[in-house]
Write a protein that binds this ligand. Structure first.
Ligand code: GLA
Length: 376
């Protein structure tokens, strides 16, 4: 499946880890609809690792759902998810076992793809643990991709090899619709910041059809669940969300959406940020201005309608002024042009801005604007 825009949804791993079951999946589906998340674009509900029995069915050879966690089978769960208007996602791995030591798909790709189709899957996350030593990443992802292409159902292929083997250079050719480019995220500011900064030299490797996935969001986790660490402040979560939108990363919620608080809901449904994320042109972001070893950079992304998304970051631990020159964006003084900026968080309009723009940014906060070019 060829996603035209960064996929959006929810994934069980960050909060629930192995503690998944039919009841919490159905409750999550309900919450995604009731809280307006589906209406905002969060359409995939993905069950990550730990959903199956520890061994394949001895007769059919299929991977089968854990009979305690999913007593009515997986099709019953996917039927419920579909009845809510959502899409259903599942998980397997390119090796012989999954990362949490459940059966995985190496050597069973075509059978498993058919099984996932029978279970009603619309999305498959495909991990990289326990792969045979002789097997290389490109061939493993090609195998499952072809199996999915031929399973009789439209399934978005979500590769997850953590950025190994220069994945950004070959993954698009396998048919994957998104690809994890980093190790696992944890619920703290440093983890989020380091993941983001590790991708700033690869901004060209995302776009329609195959998006750079910087991992599931920790926004709103508040230090609870499977990847809990120290947690983040609301400002830090907002920064994470804004930067995932700027970089066109898939937006997979990782908090418990059943009890998502108002501040989190406001962040993840911010219309300006979602407009940037889902802009139909899907152009690559770029660095406008580098400062303080990338801790105070300004980034931009050209949007449709001749607009420009601009994000100004302050990853340092103190409040600071962040600045860029219009010339660096492509507007030299000789152009006779200026910028009008609309603040993505407040709606305030600033400008016309000529020559350069500097603004105080609190520690770990960011400023995001949608800019229009006007006569100076
Ligand atoms: C790997 C992936 C995670 C998650 C776990 C499940 O670590 O990177 O996102 O899927 O496996 O075991």
């Amino acid at each position: 499946m060829f996603p035209k825009r960064p996929p959006m949804g929810f994934n069980t791993w960050n909060t629930f880890g192995e503690n998944i079951n039919a009841k919490m999946i159905c409750e999550t589906a309900d919450a995604m609809v009731e809280k307006g998340l589906l209406a905002a674009g969060y359409e995939y509900l993905v069950i990550d690792d730990c959903w199956s029995e520890k061994e394949r069915d001895p007769v059919t050879g299929k991977i089968i759902p854990d009979h305690v966690k999913f007593p009515d089978g997986m099709k019953a769960v996917s039927d419920y998810v579909h009845s809510k208007g959502l899409k259903f996602g599942m998980y397997s791995c390119a090796g012989v076992r999954t990362c949490a030591d459940y059966p995985a798909s190496y050597g069973h790709e075509f059978l498993d793809a058919k099984t996932f189709a029978e279970y009603g899957a619309d999305f498959l996350k495909y991990d990289f643990c326990y792969k045979p030593q002789h097997a290389d990443g490109p061939s493993l992802y090609r195998r499952m991709s072809l199996a999915l292409e031929n399973c009789g159902r439209d399934i978005l292929f979500s590769a997850c090899n953590w950025g190994c083997d220069d994945v950004h250079t070959w993954i698009r050719s396998t048919g994957a619709g998104m690809y994890r480019s980093t190790g696992d995220i944890f619920d703290n500011f440093k983890s989020m910041r380091d993941i983001f900064l590790s991708q700033i030299d690869k901004t060209g490797y995302t776009g329609s059809g195959c998006f750079n996935d910087m991992d599931m969001l920790t926004v709103g986790m508040r230090n609870r669940g499977n990847v809990a660490s120290t947690g983040c402040t609301d400002v830090e979560y907002r920064t994470e969300f804004a930067l995932w939108c700027m970089f066109a990363s898939p937006l997979m919620l990782g908090c418990d959406v059943r009890d998502m608080d108002d501040a989190t809901l406001k962040t993840v449904t911010n219309p300006c940020l979602l407009r940037i994320s889902q802009d139909e042109a899907c152009r690559a972001p770029f660095i406008v201005h580098e400062d303080c070893d990338n801790l105070k950079n300004t980034y931009a992304r050209l949007l449709t309608n001749h607009e420009i998304a601009i994000a100004m970051t302050n990853f340092t631990d103190s409040d600071s002024r962040v600045w860029f020159a219009l010339d660096e964006l492509g507007l030299p003084a000789s152009s006779g042009k200026a910028l009008m900026l609309t603040d993505a968080f407040t709606g305030d309009v600033i400008g016309p801005v000529k020559d350069g723009y500097g603004v105080p940014v609190d520690a770990h906060d960011c400023k995001v604007y949608i800019a229009k070019v006007v006569d100076a």
